[in-house]
Design a protein around this ligand. Structure first.
Ligand code: G3H
Ligand code: 13P
Ligand code: ZN
Length: 312
C-alpha cells in the first residue's frame, strides 16, 4: 500500500479504538527506522515533521524543505505494503502550512493554542477552509502543555475545557484535536507519578466525537537514558508517559500519539556508544546503522502498545 491521506489512517484508528504513533523525523535515518518498524509490525505509519525539520531539510528554504521531506516519504511509502501518511507538526507560521499543502502532505497541524480562544478558533478556521478545499485534513490544539511550547515557557499546563472543545470542533470543522491533559514536550515530563486527566479526555471524546491527539507522549525509555548517561550524556531525572498510561489514553479516545523524544534519545544513546567503542570509524553510515536499528525497535514497541501492529 502506498502513500495515503492521513484521514484514512486516523479514521480507522478512531472507528476501531486503537492508537497510531506519529513519529517525528528530520532526515533519512529516522525515516528508515520508522518505515522499517511499520513494515515489520504490519502497522500503518504516520510520519510528522516540524517547522524546524522543514527548515533543516531545506537548508533554510521552507518550500525546498517541505518538498524534500515529502519526496523522501512518498518514495519510501510507494515501496512498502503498509499505508504511510505525512503530517505537519505544530504549524505556526502560515508560510509553513502553505508549503506543506503545496508539497502534498496529507494533513497539517495549525497550532494557534498560544492565542486567546477566539483567535485560535479564527486562525484554525482559516486553515481548515484552505486545507479542506484541496483534500488536506487539519489538526488543532486547545490548552497549553507545560514546558516550552510555541517558544513560550509555561510553568503550569492549562488543561482543555471539554465544553470549549465541543464548540471549537463544531465551529472550525477541524478533523483532529489535541487536548492538553497534562503531558509536556521533551524528556522531563513528570517529577513524581505520571498523572494525566483521563476523565477530562473522555469527556472531550464524548463531546467532539473525532480522533484525538496526545502531544508530548514519549515514554522516555529508562534503558536508553541510562545508556546515554553511561557514554557521556547528561540526561538526569528524565521521565515520560509509561506504557500503561498510554494504553489508558487510547481507551479514553486518543488515536494519534506524537512521539519525538524517544527516537532522539535512542538514536543519540546508541550513537554515543558506537563512537566510543569504534574510535577509528569514520564512515557515518557505519556509525548511524546501529542507531537506526535501535530506533526501529523502540518504534516497534510503541506500535504494539498502541495497538496499531497488525492493522495494515
Ligand atoms: O513538539 C515538537 C517536536 O518534538 C518537534 O521538535 O521543533 O525541535 O523539531 P522540533
Ligand atoms: P515528545 O517530546 O514527548 O516526544 O512529544 C512530541 C510531540 O508532541 C510532537 O508534536
Ligand atoms: Zn507536540
Amino acid at each position: 500500500m502506498p502513500y495515503v491521506p492521513t484521514k484514512e489512517i486516523l479514521g480507522d484508528a478512531h472507528a476501531k479504538v486503537y492508537g497510531v504513533g506519529a513519529f517525528n523525523i528530520n532526515d533519512l535515518e529516522f525515516l528508515q527506522a520508522v518505515i522499517g518498524a511499520g513494515a515489520e509490525e504490519s502497522s500503518p505509519v504516520l510520519i510528522e515533521v516540524s517547522e524546524g525539520a522543514i527548515k533543516y531539510a531545506g537548508y533554510g528554504q521552507v518550500q525546498r524543505g517541505a518538498d524534500t521531506l515529502y519526496a523522501m516519504v512518498k518514495q519510501y511509502a510507494d515501496t512498502v505494503k503498509i499505508p504511510v501518511a505525512l503530517h505537519l507538526d505544530h504549524g505556526k507560521e502560515f508560510k509553513y502550512v502553505m508549503a506543506c499543502i503545496k508539497a502534498g502532505f496529507g494533513s497539517v497541524m495549525i497550532d494557534a493554542s498560544a492565542l486567546p480562544y477566539e483567535e485560535n478558533l479564527k486562525e484554525t478556521l482559516r486553515i481548515v477552509e484552505i486545507a479542506h478545499a484541496v483534500g488536506v485534513s487539519v489538526e488543532a490544539e486547545l490548552g497549553t502543555l507545560k514546558g516550552i511550547e510555541d517558544n513560550v515557557e509555561a510553568a503550569e499546563s492549562i488543561l482543555v475545557d471539554p465544553v470549549q472543545a465541543e464548540d471549537f470542533v463544531k465551529r472550525t470543522r477541524v478533523d483532529y484535536l489535541a487536548p492538553a491533559i497534562g503531558t509536556s514536550h521533551g524528556a522531563f515530563k513528570f517529577k513524581g507519578e505520571a498523572k494525566l486527566d483521563l476523565q477530562r479526555l473522555k469527556r472531550v471524546k464524548e463531546l467532539t466525537g473525532i480522533p484525538l491527539v496526545l502531544h508530548g507522549a514519549s515514554s522516555v525509555p529508562e534503558e536508553m537514558v541510562d545508556l546515554a548517561n553511561r557514554y557521556g550524556g547528561k540526561i538526569e531525572g528524565a521521565k515520560g508517559v509509561p506504557f500503561e498510561v498510554l494504553k489508558e489514553c487510547v481507551e479514553a479516545g486518543i488515536n494519534k500519539v506524537n512521539t519525538d523524544t524517544d527516537l532522539r534519545i535512542t538514536f543519540i544513546a546508541v550513537l554515543r556508544k558506537v563512537l566510543i567503542e569504534k574510535p577509528g570509524e569514520i564512515d557515518p553510515r557505519k556509525l548511524f546503522g546501529p542507531a537506526i536499528e535501535a530506533v526501529k525497535e523502540i518504534v516497534k514497541a510503541r506500535m504494539r502498545v498502541l495497538g496499531s501492529s497488525g492493522r495494515a
